[in-house]
Structure formats: structure tokens, C-alpha cells
Design a protein. Structure first.
Length: 223
């Protein structure tokens, strides 16, 4: 090994090397991941990077300042009213096997003021604490409040408003639509959310086995 390579290796923290080893141990096995899917991920390195960062990193830890943000949109365009045509079915990813609450796809007003939405947190997310997503989901089902939560169609319309709009209302946060929990082809439950990345509003999916922080509110219609 060259001296340069050794120097670079010595700069990597030991805990990070252990993390990479754990990541490799939990990687999908050949029987779980097809060659075609593997080649697709290898050819789409940017997508693979985004999936790993979105699911393994806290949004506050991501370097959002590395790229200059686009010029803010004129204030006149930042209309707080969100309009949702609920006759249009949400666009689910190919990996979705089951929509857990299809009856909620058409629930919700045709238009509403985004400033009137509740940015709800479970008690386990408050005061610097964090809680597993499955526990939030269980609470929403138990209290029959999933029907007050936004769904995927809502996120699709909010995303269209652009980054200036998102920053105005949700700066520094990842906002979740718990009415649209889905089960993936491997059995994992996921929920859609919006967040900022590289000056864009991105729609992602987060596994419920991962922890939720105070910057991960659920968007709900006020009762």
C-alpha cells in the first residue's frame, strides 16, 4: 500500500469502518436482489447515493449548503392554497406491493390553506427524543387519526409549488403523509415524505423501522 493510501486510510474514523462493515453484512443477498436490479443501481449511482443518504442520515446532517439555492420565487407565486384533485390516483413507486389504507386515497378537502395544517409530533419526538416510525403509525391507527393526515396526493401537489414555497413553510424539516403508508415487495412498511435536497423539493419514502426526530412532523388537517 502506498504512503498516500495509508494516510487516507488513517484519516477514516474507526467507528465509520465498523459501520461500513455492518452495512455490508446487512446488504441484500443474491437470492434477494436480482442481477437486473443490481445493475440498475450500479448504473444509477446518484440514485443509490440518495437512497442511502435519505434513509441513513438525519436531514440536519446533510450538507444542504454545498450547492447554491435557486433564486426565490416572487412572493405572488407563493399562494398558500393547495388544490388537490382526488379523482387522480397517487403515483406509487414500482416496488410498492400493497397500499395499506386505500380507502384514504380520496379523503381530504379539494383545497386548503397550507398555513392551517398541523405539523404534528408524537410525544416520543419532542424534547430532543426520537421514536421508531412503527410506534407513530400504531398511535395514529389506535387513535383513529390517520384520516386527518395528508396523503401522497397532497405531497405531489405541494412538491409542484417549488423550493421557495417549501422553504417558507417547512424549512429544515422533512414532512410526512401518514395516510399513505405502503408495504414494499420485501415486506417493509414505508411512508412518503417531502424534504429539500440540492435546492429541490424531493419526494422520498422512509422505512417505519427507522427513528423519527423532532424535525419529522406529520402534516394533518386541524380538527
Amino acid at each position: 500500500m502506498s504512503s498516500t493510501a495509508l494516510e487516507n486510510t488513517e484519516k477514516v474514523p474507526g467507528w465509520y469502518i465498523e459501520f461500513l462493515a455492518a452495512l455490508l453484512r446487512q446488504a441484500p443477498r443474491p437470492g434477494e436482489l436480482s442481477q437486473g436490479m443490481a445493475e440498475s443501481w450500479m448504473s444509477g449511482q446518484e440514485s443509490l447515493k440518495n437512497v442511502l443518504r435519505d434513509n441513513l442520515c438525519h436531514p440536519d446532517d446533510l450538507d444542504q449548503k454545498a450547492k447554491p439555492a435557486p433564486a426565490p420565487e416572487p412572493e405572488a407565486k407563493l399562494d398558500p392554497i393547495i388544490r388537490v384533485d382526488r379523482s387522480i390516483r397517487p403515483s406509487y413507486p414500482d416496488w410498492v406491493k400493497e397500499v395499506m389504507h386505500p380507502e384514504l386515497e380520496t379523503v381530504g378537502p379539494a383545497e386548503y390553506d397550507i398555513t392551517k395544517l398541523e405539523q404534528w409530533l408524537h410525544d416520543g419526538q419532542k424534547g430532543g427524543k426520537w421514536i421508531e416510525g412503527n410506534k407513530i403509525y400504531a398511535h395514529l391507527k389506535k387513535t383513529d387519526t390517520l384520516k386527518t393526515c395528508l396523503g401522497l396526493r397532497d405531497l405531489e401537489e405541494i412538491q409542484k409549488k417549488g423550493i421557495a414555497y417549501f422553504r417558507k413553510h417547512f424549512a429544515g424539516k422533512a414532512v410526512f403523509a401518514w395516510a399513505s403508508v405502503v408495504r414494499g415487495r420485501h415486506g417493509n412498511l414505508s411512508v412518503p415524505y417531502l424534504y429539500e435536497s440540492g435546492g429541490l423539493v424531493v419526494l422520498g419514502w422512509r422505512w417505519l423501522v427507522i427513528d423519527w426526530f423532532s424535525s419529522y412532523p406529520a402534516l394533518r388537517h386541524a380538527s
